[in-house]
Ligand binder design. Structure first.
Ligand SMILES: *[C@@H]1O[C@H](CO)[C@@H](O)[C@H](O)[C@H]1NC(C)=O
Ligand SMILES: *[C@@H]1O[C@H](CO)[C@@H](O)[C@H](O)[C@H]1NC(C)=O
Ligand SMILES: *[C@@H]1O[C@H](CO)[C@@H](O)[C@H](O)[C@H]1NC(C)=O
Length: 393
C-alpha cells in the first residue's frame, strides 16, 4: 500500500527528497487562477503542480468537455491551442474569446483519487459606441424633447453619464439584459429654450474594458423668435448733435432685415436720417426729431420690436436753466445765510457773557490717547474739573 503524504509548502522540498515523487503528488491539488479577458481577446489558462511523476494534467471547459489531456488536444476548436505541457504545467490558450466561453474551467491531476481545481474565465463585454437619439434638428423653442443615449453589448453593464456643455446632468437610467450582455440607456427629458441653442450634449460611456470612455456629442440647435433692444449713442441728445440708434438682437434663424419706424409711421424722408441695416443715424439732431422710434425684426418663429423715445434737448435751454447750476447756487446761498445767522447769534451771546465760564470739557480728554480712553478717564473726573478762565477779546 502506498502511503499518503500531505505535502505542506514548508515541507515539500524535504518531502520530495525523502519520498518518492509518486507518493508526494498524491496529496496535492493543481494550482490555477481566475482569468479575466476582454471579449475578442486571448485567455491563457495555466494549471500547475509543484511535484509530479508524469501524472497527466487535463483542462476541461464549463460543459465538462476535455480540451487538452496533457499535450493531446481533445476538442476540435481551432481557437484553443496548447501553450505548454510538462509534468508540472499545462497551459492552454483560448483565442478570440466570446461571452459564451465564460464559466468554470477545471484542471484535473490524474492521481488516485483525481484532484481537481476550478478556475473562472470571466469575459468582459465591450460596450458599443454610444448613440444619441431623439434629436430634432432644429428644435423649436418650447418643444419637449427626450435625448436618449444607448450602448449595448457591455458586461458588466456600462455606466452612462450626460454632460450639458461640460457640466454633468442626471439622466434616467434603464438597463436591460440581452443574453449575457447588457443594453444600457439613459434619457434626458426637457423643454428647450433659447438658452439651449448651440449647447453640446455629450453622452459618455464608461466601462472596465475601456481605457478611456467612449463619448458622443450632439449640438442642439434651437429656433426662437427674435429678441431686440435699442442702444443709443448719447444720454442727453441735443439739437445739432450726431446721434445713432442701434437695434441689437438675437434670434435663430437670424432675423433680417430690421425695420425702422417713427411714431407708428414710416421714417420721415429727410437726408439727415440714414438707415443701414440695424443702425439708424441722425446726422444733425433737430427738435422735430423727437418721438418714438421702433425697430422690428422677424423670423419664422415670430416678430418682435423694441422702442426708444427720443427727446431732443435745446442746448441753450440746458445752459440757462441747467439743474445742476441752479441747485449748487441754492445750496451755497442757504449755507451762507445760516453761517451769517450763527455769527450774529454767537456774537451777541458772547458779548453778553464776556468773562469767566466753566468748561464742561472733561479733564481726562486732555491726556487720553484716544476717544474711548478719554471717555473712560472722564468718569468721575467732573469733581476735579478746573475752572478755566478764558477771555473774549
Ligand atoms: C474566481 O472567481 C469566482 C467567481 O467569480 C470567485 O467566486 C472566486 O472567489 C474567484 N477565485 C479567486 C481565487 O479569485
Ligand atoms: C430744425 O428744423 C427746422 C425745420 O426743419 C429748421 O427750421 C431748424 O433750423 C432746424 N434746427 C436746427 C438746429 O438745425
Ligand atoms: C417734442 O419736443 C417738444 C419740445 O422740445 C415737445 O413740446 C413735444 O411734445 C415733443 N414731442 C414729442 C412727440 O415728444
Amino acid at each position: 500500500d502506498v502511503p499518503v503524504v500531505n505535502c505542506t509548502w514548508e515541507g515539500q522540498r524535504q518531502c520530495h527528497l525523502q519520498l518518492q515523487a509518486h507518493t508526494c503528488s498524491q496529496g496535492q491539488f493543481p494550482i490555477t487562477q481566475n482569468v479575466t479577458v476582454v471579449e475578442g481577446g486571448t485567455a491563457n489558462m495555466t494549471c500547475r503542480v509543484d511535484y509530479n511523476d508524469n501524472t497527466s494534467l487535463q483542462w476541461s471547459n464549463p460543459a465538462q468537455q476535455t480540451l487538452f489531456f496533457g499535450d493531446k488536444k481533445a476538442l476540435r476548436d481551432h481557437r484553443i491551442e496548447l501553450v505548454r505541457a510538462s509534468s508540472q504545467e499545462l497551459t492552454i490558450r483560448v483565442n478570440d474569446v466570446s461571452l459564451s466561453d465564460e464559466g468554470q474551467y477545471t484542471c484535473s491531476l490524474f492521481t488516485m483519487p483525481v484532484r481537481t481545481t476550478k478556475a473562472f474565465l470571466i469575459v468582459l463585454g465591450v460596450p458599443t459606441r454610444p448613440e444619441i437619439t431623439g434629436f430634432t434638428k432644429p428644435a423649436m423653442e418650447g418643444d419637449e424633447i427626450t435625448l436618449t443615449c444607448s450602448t449595448s453589448g457591455s458586461k458588466p453593464a456600462a455606466i452612462i453619464r450626460w454632460f450639458r456643455n461640460d457640466k454633468e446632468v442626471q439622466g434616467t437610467l434603464e438597463v436591460n439584459a440581452t443574453g449575457k450582455s447588457f443594453t444600457v440607456r439613459s434619457s434626458l427629458q426637457f423643454q428647450v429654450d433659447k438658452g439651449d441653442d448651440g449647447v453640446a450634449y455629450t453622452c459618455s460611456v464608461e466601462h472596465v474594458s475601456l481605457s478611456s470612455p467612449y463619448m458622443t456629442t450632439e449640438v442642439l440647435e434651437v429656433h426662437y423668435a427674435p429678441q431686440l433692444k435699442i442702444t443709443h449713442s448719447l444720454i442727453i441728445p441735443q439739437e445739432g448733435q450726431y446721434f445713432k440708434l442701434e437695434c441689437v438682437f438675437i434670434g435663430n434663424p437670424i432675423p433680417e432685415p430690421v425695420l425702422w419706424s417713427k411714431d407708428g409711421g414710416d421714417l420721415p424722408d429727410i437726408e439727415r436720417m440714414i438707415v443701414e441695416g440695424r443702425e439708424l443715424t441722425i446726422t444733425t439732431l433737430n427738435k422735430t426729431d423727437n418721438g418714438t422710434y421702433r425697430c422690428e425684426a422677424s423670423n419664422h418663429m415670430g416678430t418682435s420690436f423694441a422702442e426708444y423715445v427720443l427727446f431732443v434737448y435745446d442746448p441753450n435751454a440746458l445752459g440757462q436753466h441747467g439743474p445742476d447750476h441752479a441747485l449748487i447756487g441754492g445750496v451755497v446761498a442757504v449755507v451762507v445765510f445760516i453761517t451769517l445767522c450763527l455769527i450774529i447769534v454767537l456774537g451777541r451771546y458772547l458779548a453778553r457773557h464776556k468773562g469767566t465760564y466753566l468748561t464742561h470739557e472733561a479733564k481726562g480728554a486732555e491726556d487720553a490717547p484716544d476717544a474711548d480712553t478719554a471717555i473712560i478717564n472722564a468718569e468721575g473726573n467732573h469733581v476735579h474739573a478746573e475752572e478755566k478762565k478764558e477771555y473774549f477779546i
